[in-house]
Design a protein around this ligand. Structure first.
Ligand code: HEM
Length: 394
C-alpha cells in the first residue's frame, strides 16, 4: 500500500489519513516513508510512548524541522527553546517553568477563565464563525491573562502568533522572514514585560517566573523571553484547534452533543476525549542518536523518527472501540499531550480546564447549537486544524 502521510492537500481536504494510519498500525507500524529516505513514521501507541520517553536514543535537540532541515541562522535560536532541548539542559528550564503551571496554580485561574469565556459568549449570538469568534480568542485571552498583558495588546499578540505559526496554508501563509520578524517582536515584548514586573511585581505568572525558585535558580533574561515566545506559539494554535475540532466532532456525533446538553458536567471527560479524538498536534519529530531497532526496523543514526499522536490515540490495543467518539470515556490514557517523556505538554492542565469550561458553558447556554455551513480545514500536516466552522448559537 503506497501511503503518503505528509501530503498537505490531503490534510486540507479531509484531515489526518486515519484509514491509512490504521493500516500502518496493523501491518507496518514503523514505516519507512516513501521518497523520504531516513524518515520513519511511528504509528502505534507503545512505540510512540517508547520514543517519547527515551530522549537518549531519540533526541529533540538534533535538528528540528519535521520535514526539511532548518536553515543554520534559525537553528541557533530554535535550539535555545526548551522544546528543542534534551536533558540535562531541558531539565533545569522545565523545573523552573513548572512552578507556573502546577494543577494548583492553574485551578486557581478557573474563575478568570470562566469570566473570559462568559464575556466571549455574551458577545456571540445568531450565526457566527465558531473558530474566529470563540475557539481562537479563548486561548489567546487566557495566555494574555497569564502574562498579565493588557487587554489593548491582545490583537497584537494574536497577530504575532498567527504570523509565527506561518502554516502552509494560503489563507495564513507568511514568509519565513515575516514569521521570524514576528518572533523578534514577541521576544522584545517579553523583555519589556519582564522589566515592568521586576520593577513592580504582580500576582501573575511573569512575576512568578522571574523570581528565583527555592534553590535560588532563575531563568535568565534570554531564557525568559524565549519561554514567552514558546507559550504564545504552543498555547494558542493547539487549544484553538482542540476547541474547534471538538465542536465539529460533536456536530458529527449529535447523540454526544445531546448527552452533553443533558448533563454539562460531562464536559470534564469530554475535554480528554476531544484531545484524543482530534489530536490537535498530529506529529512531532525526534532524531535517532545511534543505530537502533524500533518495531523490528533498523533505524540509522540521524534518521528522523516521527511520532503520530493521532494514530496512537486510535490504537485498538489500548482503547476500547477507538473509532467511537465517546464523551464519557473513562479511563482515557490518550497521548494527545505527548507520550509522557520530558517534554510532556506543560499546558495540559490549562488546556483541559479551558476546554471543560468552554464546552460546559456552550451546553448550558446553547443546547440547540447547530452547524450551519461546511467546516474548512487548515492545510497543515503538523496541526490538525480548522479554519472556519459556521454555527448558529441558539
Ligand atoms: C509541548 C500538545 C496546549 C505549552 C506539547 C507537546 C504536545 C502538546 C504534543 C509535545 C510533547 C512531547 O514532545 O512529548 C498540546 C495540545 C494542547 C496544548 C494538544 C491543547 C489541547 C498547550 C497550552 C500551553 C502549552 C495551553 C501553554 C499555555 C506547551 C509547552 C510545551 C508543550 C511549553 C513544551 C514542553 C517542553 O518542551 O518541556 N504540547 N498542547 N501547550 N506544550 Fe502543549
Amino acid at each position: 500500500m503506497l501511503i503518503n502521510l505528509v501530503d498537505q492537500d490531503t490534510y486540507a481536504a479531509s484531515g489526518p489519513p486515519h484509514e491509512q494510519l490504521r493500516w500502518l498500525r496493523e501491518h507496518d507500524p514503523v514505516h519507512q516513508h516513501p521518497g523520504e529516505p531516513g524518515f520513519w513514521a511511528v504509528t502505534r501507541y507503545d512505540d510512540v510512548v517508547h520514543v517519547s520517553r527515551n530522549s537518549e536514543l531519540f533526541s529533540s535537540a538534533r535538528r528540528l524541522a519535521i520535514f526539511d532541515e532548518v536553515p543554520e541562522d534559525q537553528l541557533a535560536l530554535q535550539q535555545l527553546m526548551m522544546l528543542n532541548q534534551d536533558p540535562p539542559e531541558h531539565t533545569r528550564r522545565r523545573s523552573l517553568v513548572n512552578r507556573g503551571f502546577t494543577p494548583r496554580t492553574i485551578n486557581a485561574l478557573e474563575e478568570h477563565i470562566r469570566t473570559i469565556c462568559d464575556d466571549l459568549l455574551d458577545n456571540c449570538s445568531g450565526e457566527v464563525d465558531f473558530v474566529t469568534e470563540v475557539a481562537a480568542p479563548l486561548p489567546l485571552y487566557v495566555i494574555c491573562e497569564l502574562l498579565g498583558a493588557p487587554v489593548a495588546d491582545r490583537d497584537k499578540i494574536f497577530n504575532w502568533s498567527n504570523r509565527m505559526i506561518g502554516a502552509d496554508d494560503p489563507d495564513y501563509a507568511t514568509s519565513p522572514e515575516e514569521g521570524g520578524a514576528a518572533a523578534m517582536e514577541v521576544y522584545a515584548y517579553a523583555n519589556q514585560l519582564a522589566a515592568q514586573r521586576k520593577a513592580a511585581p504582580r500576582d501573575d505568572i511573569v512575576s512568578k517566573l522571574i523570581q528565583p525558585d527555592e534553590n535560588g535558580q532563575t531563568l535568565d533574561e534570554n531564557e525568559f523571553d524565549l519561554f514567552v515566545l514558546l507559550l504564545v506559539v504552543a498555547g494558542n494554535e493547539t487549544t484553538r484547534n482542540a476547541a474547534s475540532g471538538g465542536m465539529l466532532a460533536l456536530f458529527e456525533h449529535p447523540e454526544q452533543w445531546d448527552r452533553l446538553a443533558a448533563d454539562p458536567a460531562l464536559a470534564r471527560t469530554a475535554a480528554d476525549e476531544i484531545v484524543r479524538w482530534v489530536s490537535p498536534v498530529n506529529l512531532f519529530r525526534r532524531t535517532a542518536t545511534s543505530d537502533v531497532i524500533l518495531g523490528g526496523q533498523r533505524i540509522r543514526e540521524n534518521d528522523k523518527v516521527v511520532v503520530f499522536y493521532g494514530s496512537a490515540n486510535r490504537d485498538a490495543s489500548v482503547f476500547t472501540d477507538p473509532e467511537t467518539f465517546d464523551i464519557g470515556r473513562d479511563p482515557n490514557p490518550h497521548i494527545g499531550f505527548g507520550g509522557g517523556g520530558a517534554h510532556f505538554c506543560l499546558g495540559n492542565h490549562l488546556a483541559k480546564l479551558e476546554l471543560r469550561i468552554l464546552f460546559e458553558q456552550l451546553a448550558i447556554r446553547f443546547p440547540k447549537l447547530r452547524q450551519t455551513g461546511e467546516a474548512r480545514r487548515l492545510r497543515s500536516n503538523f496541526i490538525n486544524g480548522i479554519k472556519s466552522l459556521p454555527v448558529r448559537l441558539t
